[in-house]
Design a protein around this ligand. Sequence first.
Ligand code: GDP
Ligand code: GDP
Length: 437
Amino acid sequence: MLPLVALVGRPNVGKSTLFNALTRTRDALVHDAPGVTRDRNYGVCRLDESRPFALVDTGGIAGVDEGLQGATARQSRAAAEEADLILFIVDGREGASTIDDDILAWLRKVAKPTFLVVNKTDGIDVPAALAEFARYGIKDVLAVSSAHKQGLDALLAKVLAQLPADGDAEILDDDPERIRVAFVGRPNVGKSTLVNRILGEERMIASDVPGTTRDSIAVDLERDGRKYRLIDTAGLRRRGKVEEAVEKFSVFKTLQAIEQCQVAVIMLDAGEGVTDQDATVLGAVLDAGRALVVAVNKWDGQSDYTRQQTEALLARKLAFVDWAEAVRISALHGSGLRELFKAIHRAHASATRKFSTADVTKALEIAYETNPPPVVRGHVAKLRFAHPGGENPPTFIVHGTRLRTLSESYRRYLENFFRKRFKLVGTPVRFVFKEGD
Ligand code: GDP
Ligand code: GDP
């Protein structure tokens, strides 16, 4: 499972600054994609790519500052209680305040592993700042400056040492022919209707995958001779009615499902188009580099007229993921499912395709010769050769010189060129540029 780290602290200590520093994506798979909104509370830290973890900024959820009471405080508390680790953020310039004392008392009740993170230690007497908080009795203390990105490597190393390392093993280690699929989307788009329909059809050969930790849920099934593992979807977790009501839409569980799958099927409600929440989920899929299929559900409820309008709206709103296939389905009537599974297969095949260095270099040469990069302030980038750098998503390592002058639009041109040439559908494509011969 994707571990969860909660940032807790009073307002203004720098929680969101730290959150942003930790969750910024290093190689943005989405280049300022219009239409992608980032959820402000939850994000994934990928500074160590092999060990991503989720972060929740409970400040955005509010509450702790409102006297630790009320509905918002409860959400904050729920996030902290769900977390594997809490980072208690304080302001090294202002020192300990009574609100910090209150939060500390609360954290003692939560009783989770907690690190004290003393922020804003740029340009101040660090030992004196730390001494202020010695009476808190927290063993693990880190001095950082989130704004100046100081101390973050040490923080990251300490966080990773604390977090569980191999929780995914049982979910992930499996038959390479089995495709891991997650159905994600906001509440009420029809996820559980779809999953139940799929499982209902295949009831005889569907089986639970024993969970590894906490509440991880997956189901294996075969369909038309192909093997799938449905990962931790809201549809699979319809059980405790009470818990569900409290849980609402869990961004964290969605992030986990995305992390564990190979193909994310994002479900939309045809009647509602692409909402901000949908765009948030899409952004998370792109950040994770997962293959993507869009399932436009409740197509049965559309008249010919509204269908046309819906098509136009979707084309516009989903232009930034125009490489993903959109399938119209009705989970209720079970229509479009065959097409949906075909799209899942195409996306998976593209995402896991193997390339030879010769093919990749050839593609680069042709792209370069057809349309060389423009001169930028007297400099021009040279692209020399390329080789494959991994799958899921397909990654291409490009070597050359003056690569920093490559414009965003040229990078996009390369991406589209490779997509066309290798007929890649339904998967993000990643380029890594390496300076030198
Ligand atoms: P939050 O309310 O806890 O999320 O705090 P913010 O992240 O919004 O930061 C509050 C203020 O502190 C902003 O003006 C930040 O620019 C500033 N700030 C955050 N981190 C640092 C830091 O490491 N050093 C300094 N000097 N200022 C910081
Ligand atoms: P979830 O929260 O995403 O799991 O959504 P549900 O599966 O609970 O569906 C929410 C509502 O939408 C329920 O009332 C379903 O009956 C309805 N629904 C789901 N799929 C369809 C569909 O294909 N067509 C229509 N008309 N309604 C649907």
